[in-house]
Design a protein around this ligand. Structure first.
Ligand code: BT5
Length: 323
């Protein structure tokens, strides 16, 4: 045990311990105790101090480090290899590099901050330090590439179930958005390296706004966070633990049974069927009513002339350009 760990062990009881007693037990001066407490607070430990009573440990930091997470995780394979970075460009890039270097299926990369967080088609994902979750998982499903897209829906179901566990009710928007109160709370970016008949590695990147209270102007009207809707903050580590367990459940079922059960679960969290949508798919743009998801995860849109269109990949805006 180093001296910080010994200090924390002394404070762990939940009772106040006097500065004098700590100084004596650690063999340091009272001024040195105060200094150590200050450093621990800077690392995220919440330590109460009261005159004549001393110090009390109120909470440990909400750290996403491998040691903390191994304690929390209740999974068989997702998150068993875990890499935490205080700051990185994009966790998807880190995970892809780690996968190329041999990371096992289920390996997870998380960061406290991303400096080049990405959405689809080169868009940005706003990723400020400390308040949200940026997580990428390496998958190696034994599937041909054309069977892979519903994995994004599986991740969406996992995010939705995790949000429900934190007392907010999400709605899923095809193909990769998770919303609360009609605003985006999470997004999923799936990237694949494959040849024609076999996936080499699949990186599923998930960004969830957990404790953000304000957003930059360009997304202020369309983004929200769990804390904003719930009215209280959420532990990042606790959220990440539940998310990994839900992901493991849905990815496992997807690989074993195909897309149909994932699609059925996804539909239960979706509210946009029956709504008018504007679709952009490659160079095509059209409007219609979002009718249903097909068993392979494609979106069926009913055009005004009565024809049905299957959308396999693309962008959907709700209503008159909104959403
Ligand atoms: C997405 O793209 O929704 C996928 C986002 C994936 C982010 C994760 S974080 C971990 C991993 N590492 C990465 O680098 N990425 C993944 P898309 O559907 O293209 O939506 C992007 C759009 O969402 C932007 O153009 C903005 O309008 C909006 N946006 C950006 N940041 C946001 C945020 N923090 N919250 C809500 N909306 C945001």
């Amino acid at each position: 045990m180093d001296s910080d760990e010994r200090l924390l062990a002394l404070l762990q009881s939940g009772e106040f311990v006097s500065g004098e007693a700590i100084a004596e037990l650690l063999g340091i001066s009272r001024a040195a105790v105060a200094k150590r407490v200050g450093e621990l607070r800077r690392r995220g430990f919440q330590i109460a101090a009261a005159p004549r009573r001393g110090y009390r440990l109120d909470s440990v930091p909400d750290a996403l480090t491998a040691d903390v997470m191994q304690e929390r995780l209740d999974t068989g394979w997702i998150g068993r290899a875990w890499k935490h970075l205080p700051s990185t460009g994009s966790t998807n890039d880190e995970a892809a590099a780690w996968a190329r270097a041999g990371a096992p299926a289920g390996a997870v990369v998380v960061a406290d901050e991303q400096t080049k967080g990405r959405g689809r088609l080169g868009r940005k994902w706003h990723s400020p330090p400390g308040e949200s979750l940026y997580l990428s998982v390496v998958l190696r499903p034994p599937l041909p590439p054309h069977r892979v897209p519903p994995v994004t829906l599986a991740a969406g179901v996992a995010v939705a179930e995790t949000l429900l566990a934190f007392e907010v009710t999400p709605s899923l928007k095809w193909p990769n958005d998770v919303q609360l109160d009609g605003k985006k709370v999470a997004g999923i970016l799936t990237e694949m390296s494959a040849d024609i008949d076999r996936v080499h590695q699949l990186i599923v990147g998930i960004g969830v706004n957990l404790n953000a209270r304000v957003f930059p102007e360009e997304i202020a009207a369309i983004a929200t966070s769990v804390a904003r809707v719930r009215g209280s903050t959420v532990g990042r580590a606790e959220f990440a633990g539940v998310l990994c367990a839900r992901l493991e459940r849905w990815v496992t079922q997807f690989v074993a049974e195909g897309a149909a059960p994932v699609v059925a679960a996804w539909k239960q969290h979706a509210r946009f069927f029956g709504a008018r949508v504007k679709v952009t798919s490659g160079r095509d743009r059209f409007e219609g009513v979002a009718e249903d998801l097909e068993d392979d995860g494609a979106l069926r849109v009913r055009l005004d002339d009565g024809r049905a269109v299957r959308v396999v990949a693309g962008e959907v805006a709700l209503g008159d350009g909104a959403g």
